[in-house]
Design a protein around this ligand. Structure first.
Ligand code: GH3
Ligand code: MG
Ligand code: MG
Ligand code: MG
Length: 303
């Protein structure tokens, strides 16, 4: 196991006695959830924290295990959860069908308890490893904020959500540390890294809603995505960010000038259904606003 929190196994079978056997086998190592109906299993699988593995019976009334597996693999929220069929249907055709539906494994009854436990452990370890890799691939290692890849994914999701929920709006903030090259030149790259971490924390602390999203875009540039936020609200968040960084009072001497570290922010808002060709256009608009903030003297927000 990769961490101390117990992994969760969801056992789905229309026969409570079958659930009982598997639960007894696994409950010392895992947190167990159970469902005797496919509909309930779908609800449990879609809920956070999601199960790390699903043990799935095939023959069930209403919706059988194959149909349930299909539905789980179709849904982006549940498709990453490995499914192991546990069934009395032992014919190759049934097994092949299970694998073709995306199952991770197929166990025929009667089973050997020790082998079931070992297979479950292996699949859970693969799953936790995959989760860890996904987390790493979406996180910036210096600041621990979401990285640009994560931001691009989130922007694409929010953009497609916009077209489904009209009228609605989406704001994007581009945040750039002012004269940061001089900071590195004067204090050293290591000190610059420490500052980027502090700025990242302050920017994250400046957003209020759970749906707001701050990421490191690259270098000394950050980005914030604010769903359902109009231009006025976005400007307010930008002003809070500028003030919060200024309030850190980080000394920043350059070209013989004694000053404090500041950031500039460019804001762009898209209010659907007004036409805007793409999320890329929203990014460009925020970038142009940032450029204006820089040319008007930095340490400010511009739209
Ligand atoms: P401006 O106010 O116009 O944005 O000026 P600037 O100096 O901040 O802009 P410029 O793009 O010329 O320089 C950005 C600097 O950010 C250059 C680079 O050394 C620094 N930087 C980028 N990534 C990192 C990093 O990971 N760590 C550190 N310490 N510095 C970084
Ligand atoms: Mg059954
Ligand atoms: Mg820059
Ligand atoms: Mg800069």
């Amino acid at each position: 196991m990769l961490n101390e929190v117990k992994a969760t196994v969801l056992i789905v079978d229309d026969q409570p006695a079958n659930i009982h056997v598997l639960a007894n086998l696994l409950s010392s190592e895992y947190r167990i959830l159970t469902a005797t109906r496919a509909e309930k299993a779908l609800i449990l699988a879609g809920r956070e924290p999601a199960p790390d593995l699903i043990l799935l019976d095939v023959l069930m009334p209403d919706m059988d295990g194959y149909e349930l597996c299909y539905r789980l693999k179709e849904d982006a929220r549940t498709r990453h959860i490995p499914v192991i069929f546990v069934t009395a249907l032992d014919h190759d055709v049934n097994e092949e069908k299970g694998f073709n539906l995306g199952a991770a494994d197929y166990i025929s009854k009667p089973f050997n308890p020790a082998i079931v436990r070992a297979r479950v452990r292996n699949h859970i370890n693969y799953k936790l490893k995959a989760d860890q890799l996904e987390r790493i691939s979406l996180q910036d290692s210096l600041t621990e904020l979401p990285n640009r890849r994560h931001f691009d994914q989130t922007l694409a999701e929010e953009w497609s959500r916009l077209s489904r929920h009209v009228p609605s709006c989406l704001s994007l903030l581009m945040i750039d540390v002012d004269c940061f090259k001089s900071y590195n030149d004067h204090y050293g790259h290591g000190a610059g890294d420490v500052i980027l971490r502090r700025v990242a924390q302050v920017l994250k602390g400046s957003i209020a809603r759970p749906s707001d999203f701050v990421a490191r875009y690259g270098g000394e540039e950050f980005v914030a995505l604010l769903p359902d936020t109009d231009a006025q609200g976005a400007r307010h968040v930008g002003e809070c960010m500028v003030a919060a960084v200024r309030d850190l009072m980080i000394p920043h001497e350059y070209s013989g000038v004694s000053s404090c570290l500041t950031v500039s922010v460019g804001v762009a808002t898209h209010a659907a259904p007004a036409p805007l060709p793409s999320a890329e256009a929203l990014k460009q608009a925020a970038d142009q606003a940032l450029y204006r903030a820089k040319s008007h003297g930095r340490d400010r927000v511009m739209e």
